[in-house]
Design a protein. Structure first.
Length: 317
C-alpha cells in the first residue's frame, strides 16, 4: 500500500517506507526546531538519507488568509519516495524550485506536476513521487480566502488542479525562474509572498462574514447536519447558499461537509480514538458501514480499516 501523508496547519501525519526502513511521525507531534527563521521538521531520516519538511508562518499581512507555508526538500541522490495525498478541504498553491513531482491520479493518469500549480479543496486523492532533487514551497489557504488572491472566483477552479500559468499568464514564468535561481528559502518565501500581496483583493465584508459563519457551523455540527439546515440557520435559500459558498470556498456546502467529516475521521483513526469502525462511522454521521467505506475510499483510495492499518492502529472493516 502507498503511505499516506496529510498536511494540516502546523502538524504532519505520515507513515513512510523509505528504502525498506519504516519511519513514523505521529499526528500532531511537535518535533524539534532548528535555529533559524523557518521551523524545520525532519520528515524522513534513515542511516544514509534525509528529507526535510518545514513549516513557515506567513507574514502579518497574510496571516488572516493563509493557514501555513510548508516546504519539502530532498537531494539528488535520494531514492524515490511516493506518498498518497488526500483532500483536506483547503485550496493549496505549490511552487516547485527543483524537479516537480510525478503524480498518478485516482483514475490512474500519470503526469508531471507543473512547476507552479493550484489545487482545489476537494480534489481526489493522488500518489505523488519525488524525481531526484526535489524542492517545493506550498501555500495552504484558510477556507474561503483563496479567492482573495485569484483573478477569478474560487468556484471557477473548484475541485481541479491547474497550472498557475493558466491563471496568471506570463507573470508566472518570471516567478518560476526567480524561484529556481534563489539560493535561500528566505528569498523564495519573499518572492511568493510578494506575488500573493500583488494580487490580494479583500472580500466584501458581508461575504466574508457569510463564509466564515457557514464554515464555523459546519465544523461545529458535522454529525447529522445538512446543507439545508445550514441555509435555514443563515436565513438563505439552499440555492442561494450553494451559489455564494461555492464562489468563495470552491465547492458546495454538501461536498465541503463531506470533506470535513472525512478529515475529522482520518484524525480519529490516526490518533486511535475509537474501538470499533462501525460505531465510529455512525458517530461521524455516515448512514451505515457501507456508506462509511464507500465515501472514505472515494477520498483516500483505502477502506477505513486499511487506512487504520497503514497508520499502525489495529482495526477491522
Amino acid at each position: 500500500m502507498v503511505p499516506v501523508s496529510i498536511i494540516y496547519s502546523g502538524s504532519l501525519s505520515c507513515i513512510t517506507v523509505y528504502k525498506s526502513e519504516r519511519i513514523e511521525i505521529q499526528f500532531g507531534k511537535k518535533l524539534p526546531e532548528k535555529r533559524n527563521a523557518i521551523t524545520l521538521h525532519p520528515l524522513i531520516t534513515s542511516r544514509n538519507h534525509t528529507m526535510q519538511f518545514r513549516f513557515h508562518t506567513p507574514s502579518t499581512k497574510l496571516r488572516p488568509y493563509i493557514r501555513s507555508f510548508w516546504n519539502l526538500e530532498c537531494g539528488a541522490g535520494e531514492p524515490t519516495v511516493t506518498e498518497r495525498v488526500i483532500p483536506t478541504g483547503s485550496f493549496q498553491m505549490m511552487f516547485h524550485y527543483r524537479n516537480p513531482f510525478r503524480s498518478v491520479t485516482s483514475e490512474g493518469k500519470e503526469q508531471q506536476q507543473p512547476r507552479t500549480l493550484i489545487s482545489g479543496p476537494g480534489i481526489a486523492f493522488s500518489d505523488v513521487s519525488t524525481t531526484g532533487a526535489s524542492g517545493v514551497w506550498a501555500v495552504v489557504f484558510e477556507p474561503a480566502f483563496a479567492g482573495c488572491f485569484l483573478p477569478c472566483p474560487a468556484g471557477e477552479i473548484g475541485n481541479q488542479t491547474l497550472s498557475l500559468g493558466e491563471i496568471f499568464q506570463n507573470e508566472i514564468a518570471q516567478l518560476e525562474e526567480e524561484l529556481f535561481l534563489a539560493s535561500q528559502d528566505s528569498k523564495r518565501i519573499g518572492l511568493i509572498e510578494s506575488f500573493l500581496l500583488r494580487h490580494f483583493r479583500p472580500l466584501p465584508h458581508y461575504m466574508q462574514k457569510l463564509a466564515l459563519t457557514a464554515i464555523r457551523h459546519i465544523h461545529d455540527r458535522i454529525d447529522g447536519f445538512t446543507s439545508s439546515d445550514l441555509a435555514y440557520g443563515l436565513g438563505l435559500s439552499p440555492r442561494s447558499l450553494e451559489r455564494h459558498f461555492a464562489s468563495l470556498v470552491g465547492t458546495t456546502p454538501k461536498h465541503y461537509m463531506q470533506l470535513i467529516r472525512f478529515r475529522q475521521t482520518t484524525e480519529i483513526l490516526m490518533k486511535g480514538q475509537y474501538s470499533d469502525l462501525t460505531e465510529l462511522g455512525l458517530r461521524q454521521g455516515y448512514y451505515d458501514q457501507s456508506h462509511f467505506i464507500r465515501e472514505f475510499k472515494a477520498y483516500s483510495g483505502y477502506t477505513p480499516g486499511e487506512f487504520a492499518r497503514i497508520c499502525c492502529r489495529p482495526a477491522t472493516d
